[in-house]
Design a protein around this ligand. Structure first.
Ligand SMILES: O=P(O)(O)OC[C@H]1O[C@H](OP(=O)(O)OP(=O)(O)O)[C@H](O)[C@@H]1O
Ligand code: HPA
Length: 175
């Protein structure tokens, strides 16, 4: 396990939580008219596809955005929209799907951008929440796991584009 200090969340724990979250979203979005789930690439991709296996609804549109900020283990403060939505969201129920809310800067920027487009509702699902690192006041509506202040890798999350393919979440060992 090169550069993995220890396993923080196992594949089985992730699967169990994904099922619970998918069932919750099924209830929450069943009566919404025209909902759209927005995956934030690249990190949220494995989580989004796994959680959707447990969402038993067929009227949800899927779309993606990409915002990038991290170099190594540090946020750069320079957030760039690299990929935008392909459809309007005015009057629609929007759910942002993230892998992690860390400083909160990415989510804050994303929510500011999407709020300007006048959605009916704008909520957030994140697999991981790292509240100790927050620099802006922001909370997700649905959280998979609250984690300590450690840099994590795996299950979509990277260190310089490596480790995204691990099927568990580990703590990164820097040397
Ligand atoms: O709360 P923050 O401190 O802003 O960090 C969270 C963001 O950082 C990661 O994205 P990253 O910029 O690394 O892009 P990636 O998803 O392509 O890895 C992650 O996917 C979140 O979007
Ligand atoms: O702990 C993290 N790991 C990987 N990517 C991240 N982006 C923000 N925080 C993290």
């Amino acid at each position: 396990m090169q550069n993995v200090e220890r396993v923080l969340i196992s594949e089985a724990e992730i699967e169990k939580r994904n099922k619970e979250l998918g069932e919750l979203l099924t209830k929450e979005y069943a009566d919404k008219e025209n909902p759209i789930f927005v995956g934030v690439l690249k990190g949220a991709q494995p989580f989004m596809s796994d959680v959707l296996k447990h969402v038993e609804l067929v009227h949800i549109e899927l779309d993606y955005m990409r915002i990038s900020s991290y170099k190594g283990t540090e946020s750069t403060n320079e957030l760039r929209v690299l990929l935008d939505l392909t459809v309007p969201i005015e009057g629609r129920d929007v759910l942002i799907i993230e892998d992690i809310v860390d400083t909160g800067q990415t989510l804050k920027k994303l929510m500011d951008i999407l709020e300007l487009r006048n959605p009916k509702s704008l909520k957030v699902l994140t697999l991981l929440d790292k509240p100790e690192r927050r620099t802006v006041e922001i909370e997700a509506d649905y959280v998979g796991f609250t984690i300590p202040n450690e840099f994590v890798i795996g299950y979509g999350m990277d260190f310089d584009e490596h480790y995204r393919t691990l099927n568990y979440i580990g703590i990164y060992k820097s040397e």
